[in-house]
Design a protein around this ligand. Structure first.
Ligand SMILES: NC(=O)c1ccc[n+]([C@@H]2O[C@H](COP(=O)([O-])OP(=O)(O)OC[C@H]3O[C@@H](n4cnc5c(N)ncnc54)[C@H](OP(=O)(O)O)[C@@H]3O)[C@@H](O)[C@H]2O)c1
Length: 345
């Protein structure tokens, strides 16, 4: 069945937006292709004859309002989200539409939680930033590892990449986001130590033990949105972070195919003397964000979401159910043994 126009993808001409449009079409949806550039969108529309195109700048409220007419779910793939999340999410709430995005930027998530929770509740819609590899996946894994408990003494999130070939959007977003990164200590959000602490993480195959550096992304906000966590520490493999910072590192392929990049996300949650872990592996952090987002879209369309307001991904959706769906997906995830038991105290 084709649900025409119910979903709008803003930033449809971007690298991640292309994966998302593809994924939604694969599921029988007919998303509206949206963004700021008619010229760039025309290139996407040529690949999907019949899909509607709507152009609006993120800083033009009237144009956004017109673009969102009749839309039920807004999917924002246009970053830096410090520029686009607030206007797009605000326009979605005003239009009575749900909102999802793929931001890895902590301040963008924080802003939506602070400013749009009450309006979203009043409008009866869900605003769910960071439904993606960074932010969402760790939130889903941590919540599933807690097996229904709502608190943890300590949470560790370790993201292992074999490479990072950054898109133009990732590079611009990194330059735009100069805010001090936050971690959780003593149950409170506090600045990451400077210099960021380093260590080693015994990742499961295919990565094995790797040097890591503390590098928190939006998962710090998504997890603490709905779980009481004493400490939250996020690690990223050091080599790929250096690749990201090296301007000579090439972008990922842009032919619509997944890159060969491998990732492992391993989380450890400790409650008292018990440490539990969950780890998944897969290919291409950009491509895998599309099925993660799409699991959110279908749940918002068919009512399998919990309530209204500005919500963490695993607060809005059943984490175990979403992870199972992602394991069954051809672009999705494979569960592997977590290093958590070896790190338990
Ligand atoms: N959390 C995660 O795991 C995750 C995963 C994937 C991507 N991301 C983030 O998603 C964003 C996009 O990444 P990408 O790989 O798709 O980059 P990309 O290929 O460079 O695409 C960026 C897109 O954003 C649009 N855009 C940028 N600034 C805009 C603005 N001010 N107003 C309207 N549109 C704007 C661009 O529009 P034009 O086409 O007109 O230039 C383009 O469509 C980045 O912030 C990236 O970090 C996060």
């Amino acid at each position: 069945m084709t649900t025409r126009g119910a979903v709008l993808v803003y930033g449809a001409a971007g690298h991640t937006g292309a994966f998302v449009v593809d994924e939604l079409v694969r599921r029988g949806l007919a998303p509206v292709l949206a963004g700021r550039s008619a010229e760039r969108l025309a290139g996407v529309a040529a690949r999907y004859p019949g899909l509607e195109v709507r152009t609006a700048r993120a800083d033009d409220p009237a144009a956004l309002r017109a673009a969102l007419d009749g839309v039920a779910v807004v999917v924002n793939c246009a970053g830096p989200f410090l520029d686009t999340a607030r206007p797009l999410a605000g326009a979605a709430v005003a239009a009575g539409a749900h909102y999802l995005d793929v931001t890895a930027e902590q301040p963008a998530v924080r802003l939506l939680y602070e400013e749009l929770d009450a309006p979203a509740r009043a409008a009866g819609v869900a605003v769910v930033p960071a439904m993606a590899f960074y932010g969402g996946l760790a939130d889903l894994l941590v919540t599933a590892a807690l097996q229904g408990e709502r608190d943890a003494d300590a949470v560790e999130v370790a993201v292992g990449l074999d490479h990072w070939w950054p898109t133009a959007g990732t590079r611009v977003t990194g330059e735009r986001n100069t805010a001090t990164r936050l971690v959780v200590r003593g149950g409170r959000l506090v600045p990451l130590a400077d210099p960021a602490p380093t260590g080693r993480w015994p990742f499961p195959a295919p990565l094995g033990e790797q040097p890591v550096v503390q590098q928190p992304f939006s998962e710090v906000l998504t997890v603490t949105r709905h779980l009481a966590v004493g400490e939250l520490t996020s690690y990223l493999t050091s080599g790929p972070l250096e690749e990201l910072r090296d301007e000579r590192t090439p972008p990922p392929p842009t032919d619509g195919e997944r890159s060969s990049q491998r990732f492992v996300v391993d989380v450890a949650v400790r409650r008292g003397a018990v440490t539990r872990g969950l780890a998944v592996t897969g290919h291409d952090i950009y491509a895998v964000s599309a099925p993660i987002l799409a699991e959110g879209v279908v749940r918002l369309l068919d009512g399998r979401h919990r309530g209204a307001g500005a919500l963490g991904p695993a607060e809005a959706f059943d984490a175990t159910d979403v992870l199972a769906a992602l394991e069954a997906h051809p672009l999705g995830l494979t569960t592997v043994p977590s290093a958590a038991p070896r790190r338990g105290r």
